[in-house]
Ligand binder design. Sequence first.
Ligand code: GDP
Ligand code: MG
Length: 445
Amino acid sequence: MFDELSGKLDFVLAQFRARGLLTEAMVRDGLREVRRVLLEADVNFAVTRSFLDRVQERALGEAVLKSVSPGQQVVKIVHDELAALLGDEAPTIRWASRPPTVVLVVGLQGSGKTTTAGKLARRFQREGREPMLAACDLYRPAAVEQLRTLAERVGVDFHGGDPGGDPVKVAVEAYRIAQDRKKAVLVVDTAGRLQVDEPMMEELRRIRAELSPSEILLVADAMTGQEAVRIAEGFDKALDLTGIILTKMDGDARGGAALSIRGVVGKPIKFIGTGEGLDDLDPADPRRLADRILQRGDVVGLVERAQRAFDVEETKKLEGKVLGSGRFTLEDFLTAISQVRKMGPFGDLMKMIPGVARLAPKTELDPKRIKHVEAIILSMTPDERRRPEILNGSRRARIAKGSGRSVAEVNRLLKQFKEMKKMMRQMKGMQGIQGMRGMSGLLPH
Ligand code: GDP
Ligand code: MG
């Protein structure tokens, strides 16, 4: 999901991140690219415009450009605003003061209503709120059977009518049964049409009038892009939705519907469907979705943790050396390692570093190895750390003994250090937290 959007956004944002210095003009240019990417992802035009206005205002204010890591800050702003675009907080279900809470599932034919009704029942049951399913799509004979089968698979009670019967009557019967059996939630599956039409809305309004649902959730197919947004508008006007469930997000690489619906319709996405299975329903937490879109593990967490852990002075000094004005020594290497280590468990950290998430299996770093490297460097004299070229055989043997590591390991470290320095010469231009990206390469593997 979001693959196409993610990939392109990643490319554009990488250019921000790669710069140590940002000017206002660079920000404007970069954001123009972001705009193009959003429009290509089929995000609504007006939503895109107001999104970029907000990002630009924040990026050019807030002393972002003067900060240690302006590029990362801009990426963080994009992240925050993406989350805001999707809603303010993780949406929840409104529970009725007197059970059963009625959740009315509406939408066009084929959007995934019946499947989603089953998924919701599974979810409520897992949360310990005993659900019941009601089949009120009496137009297609197979529809009732489809939901009955799902109810059996989830292991919950079910009530359905006969094909051709009155869906409103079935809904009312189901409500009474759920009440008698003290169910916590009644999930009502309804009939859809091929497009928004008045008789369908009229039927749904009648069910609504009888059952007073706490939730009227529109199930919309994310693959249809802006069409899903228009459909949501139509349903909202007719029924005053309480939320939206976007299905088939597993197949929607662009994400236009997901990013537009909240802004256009003003109703939150409450869940997203990510497959045909009963467990393929995720709460639509805006922050987590923004993380997925930016495909970078938790960028926000990274920036925040980095800002907490990195000693600005020390980092500045290191940068000077990495950038070539000073000499990068094994002593500096030690400082770099200990700064990176301060940031927390290694696996977590590595996953948060831009780009590493995707390379994860290859970049798996063993914290034990890091400790060994530290031990070896600490066994050297200050002079040796500054001028590793003086490390002859006997010095190496002494260091190996002192650190409790083998001579081969000492040799390997020195070889890696040499290669690393070579690499650093190619990394010029990196600054600030970008240095960390380099540091993932600096560490031994
Ligand atoms: P309804 O007509 O609205 O009740 O739609 P159905 O629940 O019968 O679903 C229509 C088709 O979409 C079925 O083949 C479902 O398996 C499929 N479907 C529903 N939700 C999802 C989803 O989140 N991802 C994928 N890949 N398929 C889904
Ligand atoms: Mg159906």
